[in-house]
Design a binder for this molecule. Structure first.
Ligand code: NAD
Ligand code: MG
Length: 407
């Protein structure tokens, strides 16, 4: 990561209260790095983690939040003991109730939703229902509950600001007010860029022997293990396609995925007059994090200047849906609608975990997902109960397919 020392633009408000959900993860750590650069503007109200008690304890001692939450009860007890010993005044909560509570406290203005996977849905939704600025990094929440989530955010006047670099880039390339639809503001289509992951040029045979360590070694971005595997299968782009449909109220047919190996352009918006606006920057998540936190203003993030002479060239290619069927499956699930994206997401989470545990070959990940989609009845996604039932059924089916063995 390149460091820069720009001074902060002054933001005319009292300290902004922030809860960081998933503080111990890659996005969480980057968020705290940005916050630490602006101590006069932001105050950490709550931090959450799961199993990484040591890291969460260190973060609590450094940022002195009022609350810390461990999703896991045992971990919460260990954290509480450590903090007590260190003389910290941070109060420790646990479980989903604790996560939802710190996402909706009155003294919190912004909630960084950076818990990975379906576990991030309820806390992010709690933040939306409490009318917070939701800094949405977790993509699974929108993939699972799209319309429900968007409706709740609107109803409670929550601000939904995308952290995913592509969506943040699209947001930056759109006019401030696009609430009446992309057509109204002259958008022809969205160009969603993808690095292509570590196996961009691998043959199908090579893909069959990929190991978890290889899949987690992304060429441009440092990320958690689940999203790293998603990037390698290109399901990450599939989830992002669905996420973009909800965030920008559009359809899969208005979104073209573009392979761009350098990850310098983070996505583009094409207008009806032929203009294409792009957002560029070093691949460092502190840029979208700082953008979304300071929006509509700007503040320093620690990310240095983009060295165009060093980059020298930008390449583009069409995605290959044969070697990367996950992207095709995501397009199909979004077109099918209802709970299909939730089923896709659930099967993906099970298949990715099985791959990481070396119980499933890399190339079987899309097979498990496709079969689960075929075998699970899809419903209209009219409320969370319906969505969570199909999520559970899909997980059971996917687990069975993994155990029985698919090729
Ligand atoms: P990570 O694995 O590094 O961190 C995940 C965080 O979630 C950790 O703090 C962990 O403690 C917490 N967590 C895990 N399981 C949990 C559970 N069951 N209950 C409560 N908390 C739990 O992941 P990451 O790379 O920081 O990604 C976080 C989210 O942001 C993901 O949804 C990912 O898709 C999205 N995202 C990440 C990046 C990136 O560059 N890392 C970019 C865009 C979007
Ligand atoms: Mg992304």
């Amino acid at each position: 990561m390149t460091e820069a020392t720009d001074t902060a633009q002054e933001i005319p408000r009292g300290p902004v209260g922030v809860t960081v959900l998933g503080a111990t993860g890659t996005i969480g750590v980057n968020t705290l790095d940005v916050i630490a650069r602006h101590p006069a503007i932001y105050r950490v109200v709550a931090l959450s983690g799961n199993q990484q008690v040591e890291r969460l304890a260190e973060q609590c001692l450094r940022f002195a939040p009022e609350f810390a939450v461990c999703a896991d009860g045992d971990a919460a007890q260990r954290l509480a003991a450590q903090l007590r010993q260190a003389g910290s005044a941070t109060q420790v909560l646990s479980g989903m109730a604790g996560l939802e509570e710190v996402a909706s406290l009155p003294q919190v203005d912004q909630v960084m939703a950076a818990i990975v996977g379906a576990a991030g849905l309820y806390p992010a939704l709690a933040a939306a229902r409490a009318g917070k600025r939701v800094l949405l990094a977790n993509k699974e929440a929108l993939v699972m509950s799209g319309q429900v989530f968007i409706d709740e955010a609107r109803r409670h006047n929550a601000e939904l600001l995308p952290i995913d670099s592509e969506h943040n880039a699209i947001f930056q390339c759109l006019p401030v007010d696009f609430a009446d639809g992309l057509e109204e503001v002259g958008v022809r289509r969205i160009l969603l860029t993808a690095s292509g992951g570590p196996f961009r040029d691998a043959s199908l045979d090579e893909l069959a022997n990929v190991t978890p360590a290889q899949a987690c070694a992304h060429p441009n971005w440092r990320m958690g293990r689940k999203i790293s595997v998603d990037s390698a299968t290109m399901m990450n782009k599939g989830l992002e396609l669905i996420e973009a449909c909800w965030l920008f109220d559009t359809t899969p047919d208005n979104i073209q995925v573009v392979i761009h190996p350098q990850s310098v352009i983070h996505s583009m918006v094409e207008y009806i007059d032929g203009s294409v606006l792009a957002q560029l920057g070093n691949p460092d998540m502190r840029t979208p994090i700082a953008h979304a936190m300071a929006w509509p203003q700007r503040m320093a993030s620690g990310v240095g200047s983009l060295d165009l002479f060093d980059i020298a060239r930008l390449d583009f290619a069409e995605p290959d849906m044969v070697r990367f069927p996950c992207l095709r499956l995501a397009y199909e699930a979004m077109r099918a609608g209802g709970t299909a994206p939730a089923i896709l997401n659930a099967a993906n989470e099970i298949a990715v975990q099985a791959f990481l545990d070396e119980r499933l070959p890399f190339t079987a990940i899309p097979v498990v997902i496709e079969k689960t989609l075929e075998m699970t009845e899809r419903h209209e996604a009219k409320n969370l109960d319906v969505i969570m039932v199909d999520d559970r059924i899909a997980r059971e089916t996917a687990r069975r397919l993994v155990t029985e063995g698919v090729r």
